[in-house]
Design a protein around this ligand. Sequence first.
Ligand SMILES: Nc1ncnc2c1ncn2[C@@H]1O[C@H](COP(=O)(O)OP(=O)(O)OP(=O)(O)O)[C@@H](O)[C@H]1O
Length: 263
Amino acid sequence: MTVASIKLTNITKSYRKQLAVHNLNLEIPKGELFGFLGPNGAGKTTTIKMMTGLLEPSTGSVEIGGINIWEEPIEAKKLIAYVPDQPNLYPKLTGWDYLEFIASVFRIPQDTFQAKAEELLRVFRLTDRADELIEGYSHGMKQKIAICGALVHEPDVLFLDEPTVGLDPQSARSLKSLLRRLCDNGMTAFVSTHILEIAEQMCDRIGIISDGRIIALGTMDELKTHEEKGEQSLEDIFLELTGGEEQQDIISEISKEDQGDSK
Ligand SMILES: Nc1ncnc2c1ncn2[C@@H]1O[C@H](COP(=O)(O)OP(=O)(O)OP(=O)(O)O)[C@@H](O)[C@H]1O
């Protein structure tokens, strides 16, 4: 039997009385590019933090490549990389030094590091800025160097929280094609995003979370078939499942009233 790259079994997280994630079960096979969608406050970041060993689940277990991240954290964390939506970088390091630092933590040989770092910097068009201090980088450049740092040690499993926020269209496209290539070569990626177009275009499977529960899971085709949505876009399906359609109706009503008032 093949071991799932990521396996969540009955994970639940409560913050005092607030139930943020409820009894989540999910298996993600090696090489899958998985899109994790949900409205604000649905529980995406809480789930990612539990999967990456930053937040202990109230109940349930998380396994990375068959290793329980709470029982064998060091072994499991060797396999993963995580880029949060607001990455914590070292402002007084240059971009290059930051990548070298990450490579030293993961004990990457110098020549392997050199080739990998140069390739990543080229993909994200940061080569000319690699010798500057990170504190002088723009928000998007910080995001890109954080992604380079995550990929420099060639993780088995990559977690990205809102990776394209702050990226220009060219960098967002580079990221999408790089992720596709890496997953085709066996890396597993778990990507949380609000940008439905990205999930629709690039993910093998999509999970939609709402109020801490997974309410839809499958390929784009499966979601359409299951929901009997024929030619509907992921945005239509998402809004219907998460109650966003009601808000759209309210907005339409308000605009109708406004138009009536102005007559
Ligand atoms: N440290 C905390 N203490 C108390 N409640 C929290 C804490 N962190 C998150 N929550 C609550 O848990 C729920 C899920 O939050 P979470 O940040 O996981 O959602 P999200 O899907 O990532 O949202 P967004 O898309 O807005 O980033 C929300 O109701 C949130 O208010």
